[in-house]
Design a protein around this ligand. Structure first.
Ligand SMILES: Nc1ncnc2c1ncn2[C@@H]1O[C@H](COP(=O)(O)OP(=O)(O)OP(=O)(O)O)[C@@H](O)[C@H]1O
Ligand code: SF4
Ligand SMILES: [Mg+2]
Length: 354
């Protein structure tokens, strides 16, 4: 099915997204002003360390937060999703936007066969009869490369290997031909060969169907392989957004540089020490003023006292790298920027709003 994105609207647009949880220990501001877009036929890689707010962001896009305070704007082809009733969101979820979860075993129901679960999604969204829905389920399992799909459709999730479960999740997500696929660490638990197969599968389906993909991962290798653009998150905010080649070639944010430097390199001996970023990520339960990366930032540490003081006390606004669509939230970026009129606390705001 061709994408139904309205002209002039990106497929997905997230603007100034904030997600907070009330906990017995106080408010946890897990996502604090995040902005990005996903265009049809393109993949945005969402990267960052554990706890940076990737999953909370993706669950907000899918309307799956029950007890959180969610604010900002999330539009699908121009339609505002925040504030939709559960019923209306339920009609979109699965049909126009679908999610692949990190752990397929907990996302697939143990008491229904894999085929029944895929067929049920089709029946729910298209009102198709049992036989048609079952045929569609078998077709989809075949399309994602499950051997003997007709037989496998009658098996339960626990009878599938890890890679096959992940494929079944993708089959289920894509069975209703959504326009947007949100994939949260879809290959983390898989060995590298199966990982490569799953990523190729998503890329092929994207090409065939013009899918927009939001790919959440902490693995920069995965990002380099599949993403067109990348949003680096830190402490619940956007740190840097850039086309993938530019981000890898010349990172503008010290945190992005730290992530890239911590990758193992082929031109170094096996026993060379890893250059991990010292310290640990901030806790959203203990907000602090200034840049969230400041306590770990080598660039701030090396800066003269007034500049360091600014990093510690003032939240960096997004800046634009001239000549491209790159945004970076840093007082001392590694690449020169010009001011950008976005919300405090992080990039990116679409360029047309600058
Ligand atoms: N329901 C919740 N109640 C309170 N805090 C939460 C809740 N869900 C998430 N958080 C907190 O929000 C922050 C962001 O969590 P999130 O799951 O989005 O991280 P992540 O970037 O996906 O990390 P990972 O790479 O480990 O999956 C974390 O500090 C987490 O503890
Ligand atoms: S604003 Fe300062 S502390 Fe934050 S990343 Fe930039 S240089 Fe480092
Ligand atoms: Mg996560």
């Amino acid at each position: 099915m061709p994408p139904t994105t309205e002209p002039d609207h990106p497929l997905l647009r997230v603007h100034d997204l904030r997600v907070a949880f009330d906990t017995p220990a106080g408010t946890v501001q897990a996502v604090d002003g995040v902005n990005f877009t996903v265009e049809a036929g393109r993949t945005l890689g969402l990267v960052g360390e554990s706890g940076s707010g990737k999953s909370v962001t993706s669950l907000a896009v899918m309307g799956l937060h029950r007890r959180a305070k969610v604010s900002g704007s999330i539009t699908l082809a121009g339609q505002e999703l925040l504030g939709l009733s559960d019923r209306r969101f339920g009609r979109l979820r699965g049909r126009r936007m679908a999610m692949v979860f990190q752990d397929p075993l907990s996302a697939l129901h143990p008491a229904y066969t894999v085929g029944e679960q895929i067929a049920e999604a089709h029946r729910h969204h298209f009102g198709s009869g049992r036989r048609v829905a079952r045929r569609r389920a078998v077709e989809m399992l075949g399309e994602v490369g499950i051997p003997e799909p007709a037989r496998r459709a009658g098996e339960y999730a626990h009878q599938f290997s890890g890679g096959m479960r992940q494929r079944a999740m993708i089959a289920m997500a894509l069975s209703c031909e959504p326009e947007l696929l949100v994939a949260d660490e879809p290959t983390t638990a898989l060995d590298v060969t199966v990982q490569a197969q799953i990523l190729e599968l998503i890329a092929r389906l994207q090409q065939d169907r013009g899918l927009g993909v939001l790919m959440i991962t902490h693995d920069l290798g995965v990002v380099a392989r599949v993403a067109h653009d990348v949003l680096v998150m830190y402490g619940g905010r956007g740190a840097e957004q850039a086309p993938v080649d530019e981000l890898f070639h010349s990172p503008a944010h010290p945190y992005t540089r730290g992530l890239l430097d911590s990758l193992p390199r082929l031109d170094e001996p096996d026993d060379a020490p890893l250059r991990a970023i010292p310290g640990s990520p901030p806790s959203p339960a203990e907000p602090r003023p200034g840049c969230p990366f400041e306590p770990r930032c080598p660039r701030a540490a090396a800066a003269p006292a007034p500049k360091r003081g600014r990093c510690a006390g003032e939240s960096p606004r997004p800046g634009v790298v001239p000549g491209g669509g790159r945004l970076v939230a840093c007082h001392l970026p590694l690449v020169p920027t010009v001011p950008h009129s976005g919300p405090p606390g992080g990039p990116p705001v679409p360029a047309e709003e600058a």
